[in-house]
Design a protein around this ligand. Sequence first.
Ligand code: SF4
Ligand code: SF4
Ligand code: MG
Length: 989
Amino acid sequence: MIDEERIREHRMRALSPDHPVVRGTAQNPDVYFQARETVNRFYNACPDIVQQAMDSFAELTGRSYHLFDYHGADDAERVIVVMGSGCESVEETVDYLTARGEKVGLLKVRLYRPFDVRRFSSALPPSVKAVAVLDRTKEPGSAGEPLYLDCVTALQETARPNVKIVGGRYGLSSKEFTPAMIKATFDNLNAPEPKIPFSVGIHDDVTGTSLDFDRSFSIEADDVFRAVFYGLGSDGTVGANKESIKIIGEHSPFYAQAYFVYDSKKAGSMTISHLRFGPRPIRSSYLIAQANFVACHQPEFLDRYSVFDQLMPHGKFLLNTPYASEEVWSHLPQSAVEQLVDKRPRFYAIDAHKVARECGMGGRINTIMQTCFFAISEILPRDQSIAAIKEHIRKVYESKGNEIVQRNLNAVDKALSYLVELQIPQSVPVRTDILTPALKDAPAFVREVIGKMLIGRGDQVPVSALPVDGTFPTGTSRWEKRNLAQEVPVWEPDLCIQCGKCVMVCPHAVIRSKVYDPAILKEAPASFKSREARLPEWKGLNYTLQVAVEDCTGCAICVDVCPVRSKSEARTKAINMRPQLELREGERNNWDFFLKIPDRERRELSFANVRESQVAQPLFEFSGACAGCGETPYIKLLTQLFGDRLLIANATGCSSIYGGNLPTTPYAAGSDGLGPAWSNSLFEDAAEFGMGFRVSLDKQRQFAEELLRNLQGEIAGSLIHEILNADQGDAAGVYAQRQRVADLKRALNSIERAEARRLLPLADTLVRKSVWIIGGDGWGYDIGYGGLDHVLASGQNVKVLLLDTEVYSNTGGQCSKSTPLGAVAKFASAGKRLPKKDLGLIAMSYGNIYVASVAMGAKDEHTLKAFLEAEAYDGPALIIAYSHCIAHGINMTTAMQNQKAAVLTGQWLLYRYDPREASRGEPALHIDSAAPKLPVQEYLNLENRFKMLSKARPAEAKLLFQEAQKHVNTRWQLYQQLAKNDSPPKKTQ
Ligand code: SF4
Ligand code: SF4
Ligand code: MG
């Protein structure tokens, strides 16, 4: 279809020194306007050219398109204008309504701009009386959304004043767009005074824009089989469903469709698969609201989500449950029991994890649940579907060896023998709903808004319930209780040396320690564990290590780092993983009691070592990060150290998804009500965003100080002097200043002067605030690097925590400038050819920036020290933190050992560059890791991102890994030199 001659002409217009020209001149008022008008004829010609291209495409393929395509009744009176994916559902609904005699139609927009007003108008049937234009966008303050405005102009310019036109919004952020909403849009056109502008799909009880729609209106045909599956991100449900689609597509005459919905949690994310099978092509571009079949692959979901909402009466329901058939009922939450009794489906159960264990398949229950689906749904004859599953297993697992194939085949047979059908009683005694106690004590907003989102009913939250400025409460992740872990750590108090290492590394702040007055134990549950505290400073106090088993992800990284083993039983450590289910009830009580024990105040802690730092309350807890995440322990530490005075400017990425993605937020406040305040900005400007925090805080503090000086004489004693000269270098200093400011506020309340009234709301800025900018390597090394460099070079007192996973983790593992030489990543599938950018070295070259490179798994004390030094430094600081990640292709349980190996081989250096040292005449750069003891290859061998290359391209891998070793050697030597030479020159006499 492409004219070669035009391509040649285009190429001839390229910039080339062979026929030199300049482009991009700065144009002044004399000619700029005229120059803009030169292009009109191209825009005018474009619609015809596009139509010609569509026509030749039709000739070649038989598929005919127009700039505007009309579908519906020839004598339509009401028409919806829409473009993009929304067209499919409107077309389906128009067919349904016209078959029932309604005069309705759809105008699909295929070329939006340049907007051809003439073609638009002539595509509308002459009978049309009213048009609703739907935009999937919102432009606050405009007279209407963009497509609507173009259509209004088109009707005006083509003299069709008798057509009433209204504009509305739908589907923002992929909000569902269903036939019920489409019908409501047509109904609005029937009203004597249609709503304009309107919204559809939400309940706007504030400005009243939304159209009411009948949720029960459905146009799904009876001969379309609809199945919904609730699975866990890692349990293989989605993969199995994709396979089921293929099997049904290949072995039956049915058309098939699948939608997969993922939540944004990284660990234990829920997946919902919506599958349709039917005798005609399926146009329904919305999720299933009424399913013949619902499967719940994780029993915990029954406590948290309304999985029965979609199940049609007398449909089929399949549950994976660890309980024997006679016990299943008594372990269902009340809400599930009520729905089952009400809807009376055929109810099937299987202990898929038991089958998986017996067949040696670990936690992979996909094949088992897929077998059950085919057996129950009867879409295909049972023998045929089982044969197809087995054929697929042989194909997919062949390369992994006979044993794996056989295990999966056994799982299929065993699944059928373990699958049971349960009878649903006519009525059941009322029991306590498990969901209710968890949220019962939550604040009203959590119960009524966040609670709804948590159970998957966020669509029903009205406009009035949401904050107008996007401000949400913190500390809400504690209400989730996701019960993800099959196994959780259990403490052996007699073995434990109370080192705090497990607490330090826990990515989810699930395992915690406290020291406290033993008198508190009078109230403790019988199973609550406690021992005398071992540190001399804690003499007379007791120590407890407590796990929030319902929030644990079961990553076992805490057990891996525990340094203590039992002398009598080497496999037993001071913490050990044990099945969660039987511990859940007791540990829930223990955790509740543990929370009641007062936390040590930050000002009482010296933070001199890890064990002491780890009794500080974390103000970042139960995030949605991956199990075993390497980033979150650093953020947790940050909040333990400075959480009461912390403002975080976050760069979009993993840290914004586990840090601030609704429904819940992991940042939390302490019992004093103080805690991190957090906001997020783009990759492109997050550093500048954080610098803005600093500049505005400093300005407000300066103004407050000015006002305070003006009030000399009004406030008795030395309070003003003390506030203005306070040392706020540590937690104790900050606490003392907070007390002074409280006194000041009390004094200001009784002073009539305008300065006092102005100072009152600014007084808190006199207490030191710490601004930390947090982001990943995709931000700091690549996209936000220019801004980061600018902010660090500004000399402002901002701290940067760069969570370095050496890859764009949040978007699926693309290569960044931080990716090490030889690593395989997206866009570096043949291994990265260049070494990692040395961001720390660049930052050190300024001389006035505190820079540290840390790896918690290699030396936790070093990490702690670097955080304290960075915070204490009165200027910019950058901490580059080695963060292991699932994208590395590693065992996350032992990932802290990978950090150690990276340091032992010199792949990662531990250092601190402190400009204060230089001003004292000492070398600023301290290299805190020893000379490499092992070859780099030993580290590379631990991670799939490197091993993959050895498998795929062994010869190249060998060369690249040799390069990697050379680079490590050169870098080590360079740093040695720098550490020696960076002391300031001795003063000459
Ligand atoms: Fe924390 Fe993982 Fe240990 Fe659970 S298993 S307490 S999430 S480190
Ligand atoms: Fe106790 Fe082991 Fe935790 Fe250290 S790491 S506090 S020894 S359980
Ligand atoms: Mg990253």
